[in-house]
Design a protein around this ligand. Structure first.
Ligand SMILES: [Zn+2]
Length: 156
């Protein structure tokens, strides 16, 4: 599997993520996630080959402001079907590392986002490109979600 290799000279895909250790906001080029970026403040690794938890206050900057497509999993800890989606999100984050940012939002912590995006049941997965919703899946629809992710990264 070398087909996902980035070509030299590809334009940067800038994203902004908060360090889970010291909570500093870091600007990162997602194309370079394979070079193991670290937090500019505490130097701990910023792990982008797995889902990143995003709080409501960071949503606009991290998700809508991303230059790479972002797949968001709206979930809650008490939601049983969400537990089926979690490994799928892990898989997509690893498969599309460097091309797709995978984000998890705890809807209990960010009820305003549920209202803003009209989320009536969880799990709901929304794909964003350039700050716009381009795809949505409700419940456990692994094939649909995989296709959504593949289309998003191939047409990026
Ligand atoms: Zn840090």
């Amino acid at each position: 599997m070398t087909e996902g290799e980035q070509e030299a000279g590809e334009s940067p895909k800038k994203i902004t993520v908060r360090c889970p250790f010291c909570l500093t906001l870091n600007g990162v080029d997602l194309n370079k996630s394979g070079e193991r970026p670290v937090c500019g403040d505490c130097a701990k690794p910023l792990l982008l080959d797995r889902p990143v938890k995003v709080a409501g206050e960071d949503f606009d900057r991290t998700v809508l402001g991303s230059e790479a497509p972002v797949l968001v999993d709206f979930y809650a800890d008490w939601c049983a079907p969400c537990k089926y989606v979690a490994p799928l999100m892990d898989e997509l984050a690893a498969t599309h590392e460097g091309a797709l940012l995978v984000v998890k939002v705890d809807t209990d912590q960010a009820p305003e986002l549920s209202e803003r995006f009209g989320i009536r049941s969880i799990p709901t997965l929304i794909l964003f490109k350039a700050g716009e919703e381009v795809g949505r899946s409700t419940g456990f629809e692994p094939e649909k979600v995989k296709t959504m992710a593949e289309e998003a990264v191939s047409s990026a």
